[in-house]
Write a protein that binds this ligand. Structure first.
Ligand code: GLA
Length: 411
């Protein structure tokens, strides 16, 4: 029997194709857990959202501000404690099981999805807590689409362990556990945006996160006025991780080239635009282009914040379009499929703005539109299909309140 503790992730928004109703999806997930690990005992179910980033592209690892929003798509975790210290991890989307003992957790990554939760479990097990676990991961968040499935898994795992092992962690400690796992164990050069966006979410709000000092606040965005759609090109680039790491490296080289003219600067974000204008010519052209994106994106993101606070969503949307052009021309992380989605969305009345979200190199575009303008999305879909011979996946997303326990099932 499934006993609900809190309203599960809803599929608010109507017109959403292909998403199972949340309560049903949750029940199915618990049934899959029982098929995978057997019945019996108490199975606890958790949800952890993904995120879209509306402004501040490729700024987190440059110390700049970002404006992400947690979304009502994410990871389901079904968890059962064991009487010994074995950990067994499975996923609904991949065959096989990954096992280890808490007394001897994996010392290094295995190069597979289970590295993410293993890294979190390894980090939190040193707190001397709990017993072994069986965990089944699943959900409705596409992997590799730029919607931060990895932060969703890591923060969700930290949240579930906190509850099951009764660790008494606060939201920041869970975010930190996720970051430590991704950076220290999986070895991704990621910035801080994703786990913060997931772990500190508040519905009806964007998170304003200044990645220089990790200060943050929630900024309201009224879903009754503006809606967020995510358009997935379904393009997945095998080499996206390498290309992302290359951008991180280029930004760092650009900073090294400019910092002697900006002695106070501790990160690229701190370098003034006037320094770039005066000394950018000393940089190799690629590095100059990367720095130009970063410094203008910082300014645009502050302008977008002002626009949002003033209720001027058209101005916010224009900043998104400028951001996309800069990501395409200067940061070189777009692909023709993303450009097509953004350009055809921008041509529609009622669409406020659009740009690629996440790292780029494929994945998704985020579209901000006025409530009532939803039919525009059908035309965007048709134009894409005419050009590329297949349909993108375009859905309206609601905001989300962050990781939570949904239900306990006794069998
Ligand atoms: C990826 C990373 C984030 C951020 C974005 C670009 O999604 O995980 O930390 O750098 O790219 O804004």
């Amino acid at each position: 029997m499934l006993e609900a503790m809190e309203g599960p992730a809803s599929t608010r928004g109507g017109g959403v194709a292909g998403v199972a109703p949340a309560a049903q999806a949750l029940e199915e997930h618990v049934r899959s857990f029982e098929r995978a690990f057997g019945r019996g005992g108490s199975v606890r179910a958790f949800f952890s959202p993904g995120r879209v980033n509306l402004m501040g592209a490729h700024l987190d690892y440059n110390g700049g501000p970002v404006m992400p929003m947690a979304i009502d798509r994410g990871t389901f975790l079904a968890v059962r404690e064991r009487s010994d210290d074995q950990v067994r991890l499975r996923s609904t989307s991949e065959e096989g099981e990954f096992r280890f003992h808490l007394a001897s957790p994996p010392a290094s990554r295995a190069g597979r999805w289970s590295d993410y939760p293993s890294g979190v479990i390894r980090g939190l097990a040193v707190r001397g807590a709990g017993r072994g676990l069986e965990i089944l991961f699943g959900g409705n968040l596409p992997v590799g689409a730029g919607l931060s499935s990895s932060a969703s898994i890591c923060v969700g795992t930290a949240f579930a362990l906190d509850r099951v092992w009764d660790l008494g962690l606060g939201p920041h400690e869970r975010v930190q556990a996720a970051l430590d796992a991704e950076r220290g164990f999986v070895g991704v050069l990621c910035g801080i945006m994703d786990p913060y966006a997931v772990g500190l979410a508040r519905p009806g709000h964007l998170l304003w996160l200044d990645c220089k000092d990790a200060s943050w606040e929630h900024l309201p965005i009224d879903p009754g006025v503006a809606r967020v759609a995510v358009a997935d090109t379904l393009v997945r680039r095998e080499l996206a991780q390498g290309a992302f790491n290359q951008r991180v490296e280029e930004a760092s080289l650009a900073f090294r080239g400019l910092r002697r003219h900006a002695p106070e600067a501790t990160c690229l974000r701190d370098v003034g635009l006037e320094v770039l204008e005066r000394h950018g010519g000393d940089l190799e052209p690629t590095l100059r282009a990367r720095a130009t994106h970063v410094l203008h994106e910082v300014r645009r993101t502050f302008q977008a914040r002002e626009a949002l606070l003033a209720g001027d969503l058209p101005s916010f949307g224009r900043r998104m379009l400028e951001s996309h052009a800069s990501l395409r021309d200067l940061y070189d992380v777009s692909v023709p499929e993303l450009d097509c989605l953004v350009e055809s969305a921008a041509a529609e009345s009622g669409v406020l703005g659009a740009r690629l979200t996440g790292a780029g190199f494929g994945g998704c575009a985020v579209i901000l539109l006025e409530r009532g303008a939803e039919p525009a999305l059908d035309r965007v879909r048709e134009r894409f299909a005419r050009r590329f011979g297949r349909e993108p996946r375009i859905e309206l997303f609601g905001g989300d309140s962050g990781p939570r326990e949904l239900a306990t099932s006794e069998s």
